[in-house]
Design a protein around this ligand. Structure first.
Ligand code: HEM
Length: 498
């Protein structure tokens, strides 16, 4: 498909997904909704490593080549804004996540408080995840059709809720359910569904048409319900937890986002209970579904490649023996084959095709290109992760490619959780995903347990098809896989950690 045409405007950049200069945006929007993968692939091929513009229905995006990452990362912190870009991608003003445009407090807390506290969170988080897995996955030795994504979402919501709200509040199952806000599963309280549907329509119709969506009503109810849990708790903790004036003390009994935010907040916005509630909801919306989607895709890749699955399972079991069953976080990070399979899935099946989304805040020049204030920029994920100059056979799944003799050193230095500008799983730069350590830990715990204890196979031997809407790639919640308990599980039990 020839979709990159040489319409050159003032900035001289060609435009992809535009058939003629004055084509109404509506057509670009419809094409992007259903064929984003093809459009981006063709545009990347035609652009040959040069920047171009992408018409996708909104303001045209400048797609920059990934070789400019390091130059972009060196710009001052106030030149590029990631949160404004993420909010507008998910239509934050309609879905309620536009609070992230006002503050980066949640990002600072995830990086500075929650990630360092992971060793403390490990035992309670793995206990909750293990219990949820027993509930969500079949306990028989017969293959049972299982809705993989909803099951994984419910398991990870236990971990996310614990990290956000702490053990006391998480005793209430309804609050745990509210961390499904971001997932298109049956309860339909859904950021993504509202954003997916509304992005198909011209923005001037949004304020009216959004109210025709039952998903929007449910979403608003869920936000109010979340407020009813979080606001009183924030007020209570404000009275009981002393504020952390020097920024060093640690007085929370158990590490969780709300308590840290109450303790560390100084600016008025950082002490506003409704803002803190909305920040927790926004983190929940972006995290539960992302980990679940990633793990389902990793499982689907492993089921399609039994040789890799066997090697990863054998590695887990050998580790279990060498640890005498006493798993801890460090043990999880030493599973080289599992790490490699995870990286390979992330490389070929990212959650989104468009990465490094930013809105330019001040005019600047990068790689000889003038970027203007207000201009959205981004990069093509597959353009980098499938670059034949970086990866041999880039389109082919090779689950153990990173463990090859000539790659292993580099692999050990760049584990799955690290920000890797070749794969871009977590984006890049100072605004790369701040939840990557949590995601890495939770995903590994589930994969280790699932691969040890269960067999997984495709229904009718047909591999799972991955769906795509706009730039988002996902496993549809209606898709099932066959799952049964194995008889030879070694029974990894994280509660026995040293
Ligand atoms: C496998 C799971 C996940 C993947 C693949 C993922 C990926 C990403 C990516 C690509 C970005 C954009 C980074 C950029 O623009 O450079 C991002 C942002 C973000 N992620 Fe994740 N993420 C995952 C899980 C999580 C979890 C578990 C949390 C929270 C506990 C989280 C919290 C966030 C937040 C708050 C942002 C926005 C950062 C900002 O706007 O500056 N993510 N994530």
């Amino acid at each position: 498909m020839e979709n990159l045409i040489a319409i050159r405007r003032g900035d001289g950049l060609p435009v992809a997904n535009k058939l003629f200069p004055f084509e109404p945006r509506f057509f670009a929007r419809v094409r992007w909704t259903f064929r984003a993968r093809d459009i981006l692939e063709t545009a990347d091929k035609n652009a040959q490593g040069h920047p171009y513009k992408l018409a996708h229905g909104g303001q045209e995006l400048i797609i920059l080549p990934a070789r400019l990452i390091s130059e972009l990362n060196h710009l001052k912190a106030d030149v590029l804004d990631s949160r404004q870009a993420h909010s507008s991608t998910l239509l934050g003003h309609l879905t309620g996540i536009d609070v992230v445009e006002k503050t980066n407090y949640h990002v600072r807390m995830l990086l500075g408080r929650i990630s360092p506290a992971l060793p403390e969170l490990f035992a309670p988080a793995t206990a909750r995840l293990s219990d949820a897995m027993k509930q969500e996955f079949p306990q028989t030795h017969e293959f049972t059709e299982t809705y993989l994504l909803p099951a994984a979402v419910r398991c990870f919501s236990e971990v996310v809720a614990l990290a956000l709200f702490g053990p006391q509040m998480t005793q209430d199952p309804r609050l745990v359910q509210l961390t499904h806000l971001g997932c298109p599963i049956a309860n339909s309280k859904i950021v993504f569904v509202v954003a997916f549907i509304m992005r198909c329509l011209p923005p001037f119709l949004h304020p009216v048409l959004v109210w025709l969506l039952p998903a929007k009503w449910s979403l608003d109810r869920a936000w109010r319900e979340l407020d009813s849990y979080v606001v009183p708790e924030v007020l209570r903790q404000k009275d009981t937890i002393p504020s952390n004036i020097d920024g060093n003390s640690k007085t929370t009994a158990s590490p969780n986002l709300i308590s840290w935010m109450v303790q560390d907040g100084r600016a008025e916005l950082e002490r506003d209970p409704h803002v803190l509630s909305a920040l927790c909801g926004s983190v929940a919306a972006g995290s539960t579904y992302s980990i679940a989607n990633f793990v389902c895709r990793a499982l689907s890749d492993l089921a399609a490649h039994p040789d890799v699955l066997d090697a990863v399972r054998a590695e887990i079991r050998a580790k279990h023996v060498s640890l005498d069953g006493h798993w801890d976080m460090e043990a999880l990070t030493s599973l080289e084959k599992l790490e490699s399979a995870m990286k390979e899935t992330a490389r070929l099946a990212p959650g989104t095709l468009i990465v490094y989304s930013r809105i330019v805040q001040r005019d600047c020049v990068v790689g000889g290109i003038t970027l203007k204030r207000g201009q959205p920029i981004a990069m093509s994920g597959p353009g980098r992760a499938k670059d034949p100059a970086i990866f041999e056979d880039p389109a082919k799944y090779k689950g153990l490619r990173f463990c090859a003799e000539d790659k292993i050193k580099e692999h050990l230095a760049r584990p799955f959780r690290s920000v890797d500008a070749d794969i871009l799983t977590w984006g890049a730069g100072r605004w790369a995903c701040p939840g990557r350590q949590v995601a890495d830990m939770a995903a590994k715990v589930m994969l280790v347990k699932l691969l040890d204890e269960y067999d997984i196979a495709f229904v009718d031997s047909k591999p799972l098809r991955h769906d795509a809407v706009h730039e988002f790639l996902f496993i549809h919640p209606d898709k099932k896989m066959l799952i049964r308990r194995r008889t030879d599980a070694v029974g990894v039990d994280f509660s026995l950690s040293r």
